[in-house]
Design a protein around this ligand. Structure first.
Ligand SMILES: [Zn+2]
Length: 143
């Protein structure tokens, strides 16, 4: 296993993996998307890595080996997400899609299909919209 720069987590959010009941899971997804939209992508990625118990991937603005026609790419050997433009850093779909490739390449040999990476990202965005617009209960609300 590769050595990875350790990030000291400064997020006050602790979610146990046993707490994956639907509303809490939606809230977790909501919070991840919200952080990305708030330009706190590094924190969102730390939260994701923590939840899925994988190492925190690096994230860089730039192109990887001349692949200039892509918004973003995950490079497994470097555990790095490269985004073409800094504006893509705040795009939850792009970040979550690439995080899925990180997740899959950590847990197995396959980086996962594009379709599954899209579904992973969409599930987060859907949960975000549900919580934002349908007023799903927050932990402090009565049931
Ligand atoms: Zn992909």
């Amino acid at each position: 296993m590769r050595k990875v720069k350790s990030h000291s987590s400064h997020i006050g959010v602790t979610l146990l993996s046993s707490d994956l009941s639907k509303p809490k899971d939606d809230l977790f997804k909501h919070d991840v998307v919200k952080l990305i939209l708030s330009r706190r992508t590094e924190e969102a990625i730390e939260m994701l890595a923590d939840r899925f118990m994988v190492e925190v991937p690096r994230i860089k603005v730039g192109h990887w080996k001349g692949r200039k026609n892509v918004l973003a790419v995950y490079v497994s050997q470097r555990q790095t997400i490269f985004v073409a433009k800094s504006s893509e850093m705040w795009n939850p779909f792009v970040i979550l899609h690439e995080f899925y490739h990180h997740l899959r390449s950590r847990s197995g040999k396959h980086r996962g299909t594009e379709k599954l990476a899209d579904s992973f990202a969409i599930a987060f965005i859907r949960a975000f919209l549900d919580v934002e617009y349908k007023g799903t209960a927050t932990p402090t609300s009565p049931p």
